[in-house]
Design a protein around this ligand. Structure first.
Ligand code: FE2
Length: 288
Protein backbone atom coordinates (compact mmCIF):
# COMPACT_ATOMS: atom_id res chain seq x y z
CA UNK A 1 0.00 0.00 0.00
CA UNK A 2 2.65 2.51 1.06
CA UNK A 3 5.74 3.12 -1.04
CA UNK A 4 9.23 2.84 0.42
CA UNK A 5 9.48 6.64 0.21
CA UNK A 6 6.25 7.05 2.19
CA UNK A 7 7.43 4.63 4.88
CA UNK A 8 10.75 6.47 5.06
CA UNK A 9 8.95 9.81 5.33
CA UNK A 10 6.83 8.46 8.21
CA UNK A 11 9.95 7.20 10.00
CA UNK A 12 11.70 10.56 9.59
CA UNK A 13 8.84 13.02 10.12
CA UNK A 14 6.46 10.99 12.30
CA UNK A 15 3.42 11.58 10.11
CA UNK A 16 2.14 10.96 6.62
CA UNK A 17 -0.58 12.73 4.68
CA UNK A 18 -2.50 10.68 2.11
CA UNK A 19 -4.92 12.87 0.09
CA UNK A 20 -7.93 11.13 -1.46
CA UNK A 21 -7.56 8.03 0.71
CA UNK A 22 -11.31 7.94 1.39
CA UNK A 23 -13.98 8.60 -1.25
CA UNK A 24 -16.26 11.63 -1.13
CA UNK A 25 -19.18 9.20 -0.78
CA UNK A 26 -17.66 7.41 2.22
CA UNK A 27 -16.96 10.75 3.92
CA UNK A 28 -20.48 11.94 3.20
CA UNK A 29 -21.93 8.80 4.85
CA UNK A 30 -19.80 9.43 7.92
CA UNK A 31 -20.89 13.08 8.13
CA UNK A 32 -24.51 11.93 7.89
CA UNK A 33 -23.93 9.37 10.64
CA UNK A 34 -22.29 11.94 12.94
CA UNK A 35 -24.95 14.58 12.39
CA UNK A 36 -27.70 11.99 12.69
CA UNK A 37 -26.34 10.92 16.07
CA UNK A 38 -26.41 14.44 17.40
CA UNK A 39 -29.84 15.19 15.95
CA UNK A 40 -31.29 11.95 17.32
CA UNK A 41 -30.41 12.90 20.86
CA UNK A 42 -33.82 13.77 22.18
CA UNK A 43 -34.39 16.58 24.63
CA UNK A 44 -34.26 14.32 27.68
CA UNK A 45 -31.05 12.60 26.57
CA UNK A 46 -29.42 15.92 25.79
CA UNK A 47 -30.39 17.32 29.14
CA UNK A 48 -28.94 14.33 30.88
CA UNK A 49 -25.68 14.60 28.93
CA UNK A 50 -25.44 18.29 29.69
CA UNK A 51 -26.32 18.05 33.35
CA UNK A 52 -23.93 15.12 33.76
CA UNK A 53 -21.19 17.18 32.26
CA UNK A 54 -21.93 20.07 34.58
CA UNK A 55 -20.63 18.12 37.52
CA UNK A 56 -16.89 17.69 37.51
CA UNK A 57 -16.92 14.44 39.41
CA UNK A 58 -19.48 12.89 37.09
CA UNK A 59 -17.55 14.19 34.11
CA UNK A 60 -14.67 11.93 35.05
CA UNK A 61 -16.93 8.89 35.29
CA UNK A 62 -18.79 9.78 32.09
CA UNK A 63 -15.45 9.93 30.27
CA UNK A 64 -13.77 6.99 31.99
CA UNK A 65 -16.72 4.71 31.26
CA UNK A 66 -16.92 5.65 27.58
CA UNK A 67 -14.32 3.20 26.24
CA UNK A 68 -17.01 0.74 25.18
CA UNK A 69 -19.77 3.28 24.51
CA UNK A 70 -20.96 5.92 22.07
CA UNK A 71 -20.98 9.07 24.17
CA UNK A 72 -21.22 12.80 23.56
CA UNK A 73 -18.83 15.41 24.87
CA UNK A 74 -19.43 19.15 24.74
CA UNK A 75 -17.39 22.10 23.58
CA UNK A 76 -16.21 23.98 26.66
CA UNK A 77 -17.74 27.22 25.37
CA UNK A 78 -21.11 25.60 24.72
CA UNK A 79 -22.30 26.26 28.26
CA UNK A 80 -22.52 29.55 30.08
CA UNK A 81 -21.73 30.05 33.76
CA UNK A 82 -25.22 28.85 34.69
CA UNK A 83 -24.90 25.68 32.66
CA UNK A 84 -27.25 26.85 29.91
CA UNK A 85 -26.46 26.14 26.28
CA UNK A 86 -24.96 29.09 24.40
CA UNK A 87 -25.56 27.51 20.98
CA UNK A 88 -28.04 25.14 19.33
CA UNK A 89 -27.66 21.58 20.64
CA UNK A 90 -26.27 20.31 17.32
CA UNK A 91 -23.59 22.98 17.56
CA UNK A 92 -22.66 22.13 21.15
CA UNK A 93 -21.09 18.71 20.68
CA UNK A 94 -17.29 18.63 20.69
CA UNK A 95 -16.94 14.94 19.97
CA UNK A 96 -18.51 11.50 19.96
CA UNK A 97 -16.44 8.70 21.52
CA UNK A 98 -15.07 6.16 21.93
CA UNK A 99 -16.35 2.80 20.59
CA UNK A 100 -18.56 3.62 17.62
CA UNK A 101 -16.12 1.77 15.37
CA UNK A 102 -17.30 -1.43 17.07
CA UNK A 103 -20.89 -0.47 17.85
CA UNK A 104 -22.05 1.36 14.71
CA UNK A 105 -21.88 -0.58 11.41
CA UNK A 106 -21.47 2.65 9.40
CA UNK A 107 -18.35 3.57 11.34
CA UNK A 108 -17.00 0.03 11.40
CA UNK A 109 -17.38 -0.27 7.62
CA UNK A 110 -15.73 3.12 7.10
CA UNK A 111 -12.55 2.27 8.95
CA UNK A 112 -12.36 -1.50 8.47
CA UNK A 113 -11.12 -1.49 4.89
CA UNK A 114 -8.34 -3.49 3.25
CA UNK A 115 -6.56 -0.18 2.54
CA UNK A 116 -6.54 0.85 6.20
CA UNK A 117 -5.37 -2.63 7.22
CA UNK A 118 -2.57 -2.39 4.66
CA UNK A 119 -1.36 0.98 5.98
CA UNK A 120 -1.34 -0.39 9.53
CA UNK A 121 0.62 -3.43 8.40
CA UNK A 122 3.06 -1.31 6.38
CA UNK A 123 3.75 0.78 9.48
CA UNK A 124 4.62 -2.29 11.51
CA UNK A 125 1.43 -3.34 13.31
CA UNK A 126 1.31 -7.15 13.32
CA UNK A 127 -1.88 -7.65 15.33
CA UNK A 128 -3.73 -4.33 15.15
CA UNK A 129 -6.22 -3.63 17.89
CA UNK A 130 -8.71 -0.88 17.00
CA UNK A 131 -9.00 0.63 20.43
CA UNK A 132 -10.59 4.04 20.21
CA UNK A 133 -12.45 6.20 17.72
CA UNK A 134 -13.72 9.75 17.82
CA UNK A 135 -15.82 12.05 15.68
CA UNK A 136 -14.41 15.49 16.39
CA UNK A 137 -16.69 18.33 15.31
CA UNK A 138 -14.52 21.41 15.90
CA UNK A 139 -17.65 23.54 15.81
CA UNK A 140 -17.74 27.00 14.18
CA UNK A 141 -16.69 29.84 16.51
CA UNK A 142 -16.49 27.72 19.67
CA UNK A 143 -14.44 24.70 18.52
CA UNK A 144 -11.89 24.30 21.30
CA UNK A 145 -8.11 24.13 21.15
CA UNK A 146 -6.44 20.74 21.55
CA UNK A 147 -3.14 21.39 23.28
CA UNK A 148 0.12 19.78 22.20
CA UNK A 149 0.20 16.10 23.12
CA UNK A 150 1.36 12.63 22.10
CA UNK A 151 -1.29 9.96 21.61
CA UNK A 152 0.89 7.44 23.50
CA UNK A 153 0.28 9.57 26.62
CA UNK A 154 -3.35 8.43 26.54
CA UNK A 155 -3.04 4.96 24.99
CA UNK A 156 0.14 3.50 26.38
CA UNK A 157 1.62 0.13 25.48
CA UNK A 158 5.01 -1.40 26.18
CA UNK A 159 6.68 -0.86 23.82
CA UNK A 160 4.87 2.24 22.54
CA UNK A 161 2.83 1.24 19.50
CA UNK A 162 -0.21 3.46 19.06
CA UNK A 163 -0.79 4.90 15.60
CA UNK A 164 -3.38 7.60 15.00
CA UNK A 165 -5.48 7.57 11.83
CA UNK A 166 -7.04 11.01 11.31
CA UNK A 167 -9.50 11.56 8.46
CA UNK A 168 -10.79 14.90 7.20
CA UNK A 169 -14.56 14.55 6.80
CA UNK A 170 -14.67 18.29 6.09
CA UNK A 171 -11.89 20.44 4.69
CA UNK A 172 -9.40 21.37 7.43
CA UNK A 173 -7.41 24.59 7.09
CA UNK A 174 -5.52 26.93 9.39
CA UNK A 175 -8.72 29.01 9.58
CA UNK A 176 -10.95 26.28 10.99
CA UNK A 177 -8.45 24.50 13.24
CA UNK A 178 -6.48 21.95 11.24
CA UNK A 179 -3.89 19.71 12.88
CA UNK A 180 -0.39 21.02 13.55
CA UNK A 181 2.55 18.67 14.02
CA UNK A 182 6.17 18.91 15.12
CA UNK A 183 8.09 17.15 12.32
CA UNK A 184 10.54 14.61 13.72
CA UNK A 185 9.23 15.21 17.24
CA UNK A 186 8.39 11.51 17.65
CA UNK A 187 12.06 10.96 18.38
CA UNK A 188 11.97 13.06 21.56
CA UNK A 189 10.55 10.30 23.78
CA UNK A 190 7.32 10.17 25.76
CA UNK A 191 6.67 13.28 27.87
CA UNK A 192 3.79 12.15 30.05
CA UNK A 193 1.35 9.37 30.87
CA UNK A 194 -2.34 9.74 31.60
CA UNK A 195 -3.46 6.86 33.82
CA UNK A 196 -6.05 5.64 36.27
CA UNK A 197 -5.12 6.04 39.90
CA UNK A 198 -7.20 3.19 41.28
CA UNK A 199 -9.65 5.38 43.18
CA UNK A 200 -11.88 6.08 40.20
CA UNK A 201 -9.88 9.05 39.08
CA UNK A 202 -7.04 9.76 36.66
CA UNK A 203 -3.72 11.54 36.84
CA UNK A 204 -1.00 12.78 34.52
CA UNK A 205 2.53 11.54 35.27
CA UNK A 206 5.35 13.72 33.95
CA UNK A 207 8.09 11.56 32.48
CA UNK A 208 10.13 14.38 30.91
CA UNK A 209 9.64 17.90 32.33
CA UNK A 210 11.17 19.74 29.38
CA UNK A 211 8.52 21.93 27.72
CA UNK A 212 7.45 21.50 24.12
CA UNK A 213 9.48 23.61 21.70
CA UNK A 214 8.15 27.16 21.52
CA UNK A 215 6.47 28.29 18.35
CA UNK A 216 2.74 28.29 19.00
CA UNK A 217 1.19 27.74 15.60
CA UNK A 218 4.36 28.71 13.73
CA UNK A 219 7.76 27.20 13.03
CA UNK A 220 8.80 24.55 14.07
CA UNK A 221 5.18 23.37 14.01
CA UNK A 222 3.62 22.77 10.60
CA UNK A 223 -0.07 22.90 9.66
CA UNK A 224 -1.52 19.72 8.18
CA UNK A 225 -4.24 21.22 6.04
CA UNK A 226 -6.40 18.51 4.50
CA UNK A 227 -9.09 18.17 1.86
CA UNK A 228 -12.08 15.92 2.47
CA UNK A 229 -11.01 12.28 2.27
CA UNK A 230 -7.41 12.89 3.30
CA UNK A 231 -5.94 10.40 5.76
CA UNK A 232 -3.25 11.70 8.09
CA UNK A 233 -1.31 8.97 9.90
CA UNK A 234 0.39 10.01 13.13
CA UNK A 235 3.14 8.18 15.03
CA UNK A 236 2.06 7.68 18.64
CA UNK A 237 4.96 9.79 19.92
CA UNK A 238 4.47 12.67 17.47
CA UNK A 239 3.62 15.96 19.22
CA UNK A 240 0.50 17.44 17.62
CA UNK A 241 -2.22 19.93 18.44
CA UNK A 242 -4.94 22.05 16.88
CA UNK A 243 -5.99 25.66 17.32
CA UNK A 244 -9.46 26.87 18.31
CA UNK A 245 -11.90 27.24 15.45
CA UNK A 246 -13.00 30.89 15.25
CA UNK A 247 -14.26 30.57 11.67
CA UNK A 248 -17.78 30.07 10.35
CA UNK A 249 -17.00 26.53 9.17
CA UNK A 250 -16.95 23.35 11.22
CA UNK A 251 -14.05 20.95 10.85
CA UNK A 252 -15.43 17.45 11.32
CA UNK A 253 -12.78 14.75 11.53
CA UNK A 254 -12.76 11.03 12.30
CA UNK A 255 -9.94 9.55 14.33
CA UNK A 256 -9.07 5.93 14.99
CA UNK A 257 -6.33 4.85 17.37
CA UNK A 258 -4.79 1.46 16.81
CA UNK A 259 -2.31 -0.33 19.07
CA UNK A 260 -0.20 -3.46 18.68
CA UNK A 261 -2.11 -6.37 20.16
CA UNK A 262 1.11 -8.21 20.96
CA UNK A 263 2.42 -5.32 23.09
CA UNK A 264 1.66 -5.15 26.81
CA UNK A 265 -1.37 -2.99 27.59
CA UNK A 266 -1.14 -1.78 31.21
CA UNK A 267 -4.43 -1.98 33.05
CA UNK A 268 -4.05 1.55 34.37
CA UNK A 269 -4.70 2.94 30.89
CA UNK A 270 -7.86 5.06 31.02
CA UNK A 271 -9.47 3.00 28.27
CA UNK A 272 -10.17 -0.51 29.49
CA UNK A 273 -12.48 -2.68 27.41
CA UNK A 274 -14.78 -4.96 29.38
CA UNK A 275 -14.24 -8.74 29.18
CA UNK A 276 -17.01 -9.29 26.67
CA UNK A 277 -15.84 -6.61 24.26
CA UNK A 278 -12.14 -7.01 23.52
CA UNK A 279 -10.62 -4.73 20.88
CA UNK A 280 -10.74 -6.22 17.40
CA UNK A 281 -8.69 -5.91 14.23
CA UNK A 282 -9.57 -4.65 10.78
CA UNK A 283 -11.62 -7.75 9.86
CA UNK A 284 -15.20 -6.88 9.03
CA UNK A 285 -17.54 -8.94 11.22
CA UNK A 286 -20.14 -11.05 9.41
CA UNK A 287 -23.51 -9.33 9.03
CA UNK A 288 -26.02 -10.40 11.67
FE1 FE2 B 1 -4.08 13.22 19.31
Amino acid sequence: MLTEDQKKYFDTEGFLKLPGFFSAQACSEMRDWAHGQVESLDGAALKSVFSTLNQTRSTDAYFLESGDQVRFFLEEDALDADGALTVAPERAVNKIGHAQHDLAPTVSNFCRTPQMAAVAEDLGLKTPHLLQSMLIFKQPHIGGEVVCHQDATFLYTEPVSVIGFWVALETATVENGCLYALPGGHKMGLKSRFRRTGDGSVTMDTLDPRPWPEGGYDDPYVPLEAEVGTLVVLHGLLPHKSAPNRSDRSRLAFTLHVVEGEAAYPQDNWLIRPQGMPPRGFEVPPAT
